[in-house]
Design a protein around this ligand. Structure first.
Ligand SMILES: [Zn+2]
Length: 103
């Protein structure tokens, strides 16, 4: 089970966006990286196309190593380590290690 999932709210621990939080747009488990909305932006030079007459430079999210991200708990609104637990029916859940609530 992945520590970080799409739509999680995460905080960045290192780099130029250190301390900022954002929503996870996508996770790439095989690379252990994730895309976070509005964070770790890189400038991309776009060629002019028929659809986009302007072309020029756009900013786009670049993936961040999952080890540099921490999930922000919705309940206690703190960045937290994720714990795993298994319910009596076998369902695996993620819990906040701080408040023990389900994430
Ligand atoms: Zn919590």
């Amino acid at each position: 089970m992945a520590k970080i999932k799409k739509d999680d709210n995460v905080k960045i621990l290192t780099g130029k966006d250190k301390g900022k939080t954002g929503k996870v747009l996508a996770v790439f488990p095989e690379k252990e990286r994730a895309l976070v909305q509005g964070l770790n932006l890189v400038k991309k030079h776009m060629r002019r196309t028929k659809e986009d007459q302007q072309g020029g430079v756009i900013q786009k999210e670049s993936s961040i190593s999952i080890s540099n991200l921490m999930v922000v708990c919705q309940k206690c609104s703190k960045p937290t380590r994720i714990g795993f637990s298994t319910l009596s029916d076998g369902t695996k859940i993620r819990i906040c290690k701080k408040c023990k609530e389900l994430i």
